[in-house]
Design a protein around this ligand. Structure first.
Ligand code: ADP
Ligand code: MG
Length: 603
C-alpha cells in the first residue's frame, strides 16, 4: 500500500554506447536542416573555401549537400572526421582560448551522422583522386571531384520519427536554411555563395566588397536607409551599419551580430543597441542592424553554447558601453553630415551643403514671452528659448530671405503650408519640415543637454518672478508632494500651497514661455501613472519627451519667415534632429531632379 516501502528495482550504472551519446549530443547541435547548413558551412569556411555551393532538397529535410573548394580531407582521415571529439582545429586547452576557427569541438559531423544518412567526398591537393566515405558503413570508395569537400546529409531524423515531427513545412525549413546561409554570407564577402533548392538556383552571392555583399544580401532598402558604424578602440573594433529609426519595422528580422566573425546572438549587445535607439525610436518597432564586434580572442569565451550561437565576454560592461556609444554616434550625426544616406528620400549624394551658417544670435530683447501664460522670464541671457525669441525679433521678409540661409543644409524658408509644414529651398531643391516634430526634437535635446550639464548651471532653470498658482486635484497634489525633489531635478519646481492649490516656481529654461499650467498638469499626470515602482530618474527621458512635446509648436500656428529660419538653423545644430522623439522623420528632401521629373523636364 505504501509505495515508499515497496522495494525499488536496482538499476545499475552503465556507460552509454557511443551511438547513443552522439544522438543525445545531436539533440543540442542539430535542431533542423538549417543547423546542418550552419555546421557544414562552418566547416567549409574553416577549410579555407573561396566558393561554397549549398544544395537543398525538400526544404533540406530530404537532403542538404554542401560543396566547397577548401583544403579537402585526406582519405586516411575521413573516418576520423566522423568520430566524436575528433577535430583538426584544436589540440589543447590553450588552443581553445585563442580559437580562430568557427568549429572546435569535433562534434558536428558525428552528431549529424547519428541522426541522418551522411556521406563525405573529399580530395586534398596531393591526392590522385577523391575518396568517398559512407558514414553508416564506414566504407571507402574512389570518387571524382576537384580539390575540396562535399558533405551530403540525407533524410534528417529518419531514425528518430519523434524529432522529425518537430520539423515544419518544407518552405519554412527552406526559409530557415536560407537564413543560415545569409548569416554566414554577410560576414564573408570574400567567399562566393550559391544556394539551390530542388534543382533551382535560389540565391547567388559572388565574392564582393563588404558594402556590395551587404546590399546583395540585405537589399537596397537597408543600404539606403542605414548609416555606417566604425569605431576602433585599438583593443575593440565595432563596424557595420545601423538602420535609420524611421526605417524600423514591426519585426526584428534584420538584426545580425558577429563576434570575431562568428554569427551569434547576444543579450548584452542587443540591449546596448536598444539603448542607443531608445531616444529616437517608437517602442514596438525594430531597427535593422548589422554589427561586427572584433576583439582579442582571449577576451571572448566561445565555448558556452552547444550550437556555438552565443559567446561570453570577459569584460561585458566595456563591450556594452562601446557598442552603445558607437551606435548612438552613428545615429546622432547632425543633418549636414547625414545628407544623402538615409535622412532624405531622394537627395543625391553631392554634399554641397556647407556647415551651418553662424547661429542665429540670441536677441537682447529676450523677454518677449511667446505664448500666453503668466510666466515672466527673468533673465535676458538665457540660451534656451533661443529660437523662439530670436525668431520673434526678426523682421518678416517676403519670399526667400537671407542668402546665407540658402547655403545651409536645410536652406532658407519660403512658406508655411497646412499650418504644419515649412517649405524651404536649399542647394539640392525643396525641403519639407514637419514643424511640430522638428521643434519637439530641438526642445527635447536642449532639455537633455541642459540637465546633463547639471540643474542649476546658468540658464538651465528659469525661476518665475511671480509663482504661478493653479487649482489642482488630490492626485496632483499628492504627486507633487511625493515627487517634489525628483521633479525639481528635472527643473520643475512644483509645491502645494493649499489643500487644492499648487504653485509653480521654476521651469526648465528651454520651456520658458510656454503654458506652465498645462506643462505641470501633463507631467504630474504622467508621474502619477508611473506609480511608485518606477524611479523618476529612470523615467527622466520619457518625462522630458512629454515636456518637449507639450512645449513644441502646435500645428496651425502661423509662423513668420524669420521664425521658420530660426527653427531650421536650430535643427542643423541639434544632434538627432532627423527624427522626432517618436522616430518619425522631421524633414524630407525633394531634389531638383525629382522636381524636374514631376514636370517631365529634361534638365
Ligand atoms: P569541428 O569542426 O569542430 O572540428 P566537425 O565534426 O565539424 O568538428 O568536423 C570534424 C573535422 O573534419 C574537422 O576538424 C575537419 O578537420 C574535418 N572537416 C569537416 N568538414 C570539412 C571540410 N568541409 N573541409 C575540410 N575538412 C573538414
Ligand atoms: Mg565543424
Amino acid at each position: 500500500m505504501n509505495a515508499v516501502l515497496q522495494p525499488r528495482p536496482h538499476r545499475p550504472i552503465r556507460e552509454l554506447p557511443d551511438s547513443l551519446i552522439s544522438q543525445i549530443a545531436a539533440g543540442e547541435v542539430v535542431e533542423r536542416p538549417a543547423s546542418v547548413v550552419r555546421e557544414l558551412l562552418d566547416n567549409a569556411l574553416d577549410a579555407g573555401a573561396r566558393a561554397v555551393v549549398v544544395r537543398l532538397v525538400g526544404g533540406g529535410i530530404r537532403s542538404v549537400a554542401v560543396e566547397d573548394d577548401g583544403d579537402g580531407i585526406d582519405a586516411s582521415e575521413l573516418s576520423l572526421a566522423l568520430r566524436r571529439h575528433a577535430t583538426s582545429k584544436i589540440g589543447s586547452l590553450d588552443d581553445l582560448e585563442g580559437v580562430a576557427t568557427l568549429g572546435f569541438r569535433g562534434e558536428a559531423l558525428a552528431a549529424i551522422a547519428s541522426v541522418a544518412d551522411v556521406a563525405i567526398t573529399a580530395r586534398t591537393a596531393d591526392a590522385a583522386h577523391a575518396t568517398r566515405i559512407d558514414a553508416a558503413s564506414g566504407e571507402l570508395d574512389a570518387a571524382a571531384r576537384a580539390v575540396g569537400t562535399t558533405v551530403e546529409v540525407r533524410e534528417l531524423f529518419f531514425s528518430t520519427p519523434a524529432r522529425r515531427k518537430f520539423l515544419k513545412t518544407e518552405s519554412t525549413e527552406l526559409a530557415h536554411a536560407l537564413e543560415a546561409v545569409r548569416r554566414q554570407a554577410l560576414a564573408r564577402s570574400d567567399v562566393s555563395f550559391a544556394v539551390w533548392h530542388d534543382g533551382k538556383a535560389v540565391a547567388r552571392w559572388p565574392a564582393a566588397a563588404d558594402d556590395d555583399r551587404h546590399r546583395d544580401v540585405l537589399g537596397r532598402d537597408f543600404a539606403e536607409h542605414s548609416r555606417p558604424v566604425a569605431v576602433d578602440l585599438g583593443t575593440l573594433r565595432i563596424a557595420g551599419r545601423v538602420g535609420t529609426p524611421e526605417s524600423a519595422r514591426g519585426r526584428a528580422d534584420t538584426q545580425y551580430l558577429y563576434v570575431n566573425g562568428r554569427p551569434v546572438r547576444d543579450k548584452l549587445v542587443g540591449h546596448a543597441i536598444r539603448a542607443a535607439y531608445e531616444d529616437v525610436l517608437h517602442s514596438g518597432r525594430h531597427p535593422a542592424w548589422l554589427l561586427f564586434v572584433d576583439l582579442a580572442a582571449e577576451q571572448v569565451d566561445v565555448n558556452v553554447h552547444p550550437a556555438k550561437a552565443e559567446v561570453r565576454f570577459r569584460e561585458p560592461r566595456t563591450v556594452h558601453e562601446a557598442v552603445r556609444r558607437a551606435v548612438t554616434a552613428a545615429l546622432a550625426r547632425p543633418i549636414e553630415a547625414a545628407q544623402g544616406d538615409g535622412a532624405t528620400t531622394t537627395t543625391t549624394a553631392t554634399a554641397t551643403a556647407t556647415a551651418p551658417a553662424a547661429a542665429a544670435t540670441p536677441p537682447s530683447q529676450a523677454s518677449i514671452a511667446f505664448a500666453t501664460g503668466a510666466i515672466t522670464p527673468l533673465r535676458a541671457d538665457e540660451p534656451l528659448a533661443a529660437w523662439w525669441t530670436a525668431a520673434r525679433s526678426m523682421p518678416e521678409t517676403a519670399g526667400s530671405s537671407d542668402p546665407a540661409d540658402a547655403a545651409t543644409a536645410l536652406g532658407s524658408a519660403v512658406a508655411q503650408i497646412g499650418g504644419a509644414f515649412i517649405l524651404a529651398e536649399n542647394a539640392h531643391g525643396l525641403v519639407i519640415v514637419d514643424m511640430h516634430a522638428a521643434h519637439e526634437r530641438v526642445v527635447y535635446e536642449r532639455l537633455k543637454a541642459d540637465l546633463d550639464g547639471g540643474v542649476g548651471a546658468t540658464g538651465t532653470v528659469q525661476a518665475l518672478l511671480v509663482p504661478l498658482t493653479f487649482a489642482a486635484n488630490a492626485t496632483e497634489i499628492a504627486t507633487a508632494e511625493s515627487h517634489g525633489d525628483a521633479l525639481r531635478e528635472l527643473g520643475l519646481d512644483l509645491a502645494p500651497v493649499g489643500a487644492q492649490t499648487l504653485a509653480l516656481r521654476a521651469v526648465p529654461a528651454a520651456l520658458a514661455g510656454g503654458d506652465g499650467v498645462e506643462l505641470s498638469r501633463s507631467v504630474l499626470a504622467e508621474v502619477a501613472q508611473m506609480g511608485s515602482t518606477t524611479s523618476l530618474a529612470r523615467a527622466r527621458d520619457g518625462l522630458l519627451a512629454t515636456m518637449a512635446c507639450h512645449a513644441a509648436v502646435r500645428a496651425n500656428r502661423k509662423l513668420q519667415v524669420g521664425e521658420m529660419n530660426a527653427l531650421l538653423r536650430d535643427m542643423e545644430r541639434t544632434d538627432r534632429a532627423d527624427q522626432c522623439n517618436h522616430g518619425r522623420p522631421t524633414w524630407r528632401q525633394i531634389d531638383w531632379r525629382d522636381l524636374d521629373r514631376l514636370f517631365w523636364r529634361g534638365r
